[in-house]
Design a binder for this molecule. Structure first.
Ligand SMILES: [Zn+2]
Length: 431
């Protein structure tokens, strides 16, 4: 193992250079710019290293167009003999730049041992570390068995349908082709992320009747009806959600609860009338809700909890009526800590850092949901360099030390998985 970790240390400059090269391609999503250029940068590098490289455009997926093609790259290398396949997946898209930068967001500048730029932390640094980890592993262990895959996928920041979701549905990031998946999202180098809470997005619309605003009693104000919904949420729902606890080790701790966010409320006259209102009773009001739920809950309960409130308002409140539109839903995922990829990465963290890994769960979803749901592959975790809180922030950076540490952990974990060196799990402790 010493040969492997020193091979990675010797490639520190290469990790930095690859991170910079990736960051300098502004793959901003939305709209999904420059995906092909970024996929080709990875594909060309890996093809030179002997990988079989495929470019897979997710035609017809949300946002895909001739101007903004959803181009994914999938590279595979076979070892000496057949064996398990370890897959590293990183998303190549980054969120828009936003305000407040003091450095060039696409410059990849290095200061004080850190690489700066949009996507350094989330997650081009992680992708670069995975590539170097694999290259070092293959060079140091010429007799390795099995297969290694690296994919660079699009659209994680907008749901991942054209990226991991697409590959998983095509059977490419799925069983039986792939056995173990590591997603180098930025979760701090000593943490192994074994899943995420579930999410249910829905739009509630209250219905009213329009009338002249000077005689609102002739109409029925949809916004007042929505106010009644919000009042009921405040009184009955938020306190109930805050009481629910979970065995999921979600970080930060505040997210070890069920949560509900009101993402948007729209009703009545549009914005931008410059103080020139027309006198109208609004007949429609829409509210988008984002409900994050726990492994102990299920979608039926989550949905019924909302419709029960709406139905009771319908019974109690004169002329109250509503529509509910379900927008998007992903169940919670929680990888069994006894599965090989969890044990391999946790053991490698311990070996490299000299302290035990912390097993955590993410408050929001990431591409693991597609691997589990469409790829039917539970042996999947997120592990990578970078500080979670810096993702999507101005002056985003990744520390070079963390890039190297994460590359060592990924290489050692992959080696253990490919060589079958992961010990069988201990029998579960008795009650
Ligand atoms: Zn990410």
């Amino acid at each position: 193992m010493d040969a492997l970790t020193s091979a990675i240390e010797a490639r520190t400059e290469e990790i930095v250079a690859l991170t910079q090269a990736l960051v300098r391609i502004p793959t901003i999503n939305p709209p999904g710019d420059a995906y092909t250029a970024c996929a080709e940068l990875l594909g060309q590098r890996l093809r030179r290293r002997g990988f079989t490289v495929q470019y897979i455009r997710a035609e017809g997926s949300p946002g895909d167009s001739p101007r903004y093609p959803r181009t994914n790259v999938l590279a595979r290398l076979e070892g000496r003999r057949p064996g398990p396949c370890v897959h590293f997946n990183g998303h190549i898209d980054v969120v828009p730049v936003g305000e407040g930068w003091t450095v060039d967001p696409f410059g990849g500048g290095v200061h004080d041992g850190k690489v700066y730029g949009r996507g350094t932390c989330d997650m081009k640094g992680g992708l670069a570390a995975a590539v170097i980890a694999v290259e070092a592993l293959v060079d140091s262990m010429p007799d390795w068995c099995g297969a290694i895959e690296i994919s660079g996928t699009v659209d994680e920041e907008s749901g991942g349908y054209g990226g991991v979701g697409y590959l998983a549905r095509q059977g490419l990031l799925a069983r039986p082709r792939v056995d173990h998946v590591i997603i180098p999202e930025p979760l701090n180098v000593d943490r192994v992320c074994i899943g995420h809470r579930g999410v249910w997005w829905a739009e509630i619309e209250t219905l009213g009747r329009t009338a002249h605003g000077s005689m609102p009693f002739l109409g029925d104000c949809a916004i007042r009806h929505m106010g009644a919904v919000l009042t009921r949420f405040e009184r009955d729902l938020f306190p109930r959600l805050a009481e629910r606890s979970t065995r999921m080790p979600v970080v930060p701790q505040g997210a070890q609860r069920s949560t509900l966010n009101i993402d948007a409320v729209h009703g009545g006259l549009p914005d931008g009338l410059d103080g020139l209102p027309s006198a109208m009773v609004p007949d429609r009001c829409r509210m988008l809700i984002e409900r994050r739920y726990l492994i102990e809950e299920n979608l039926d309960q989550v949905r019924t909890e909302i419709t029960d409130i709406l139905d009771s308002l319908k019974a109690e409140r004169s002329r109250f009526d509503y529509r509910l539109r379900e927008v998007m839903e992903f169940p919670p995922t929680l990888t069994d800590p006894d599965l090989p990829v969890v044990r391999a990465v946790a053991a490698a963290v311990h070996d490299v850092l000299g302290r035990p890994a912390e097993l955590v769960v993410s408050p929001g979803t990431y591409d693991q949901k597609h691997v589990v749901r469409f790829g039917h592959l539970n042996d999947c975790i997120a592990y990578g360099p970078g500080i979670l809180d810096l993702a999507h922030q101005p002056d985003e950076y990744v520390a070079i030390n963390d890039l190297v540490t994460a590359a060592k952990v990924m290489a050692m974990a992959a080696h253990a998985l490919l060589s079958g060196a992961i010990a069988r799990p201990l029998a579960a402790p008795g009650p």
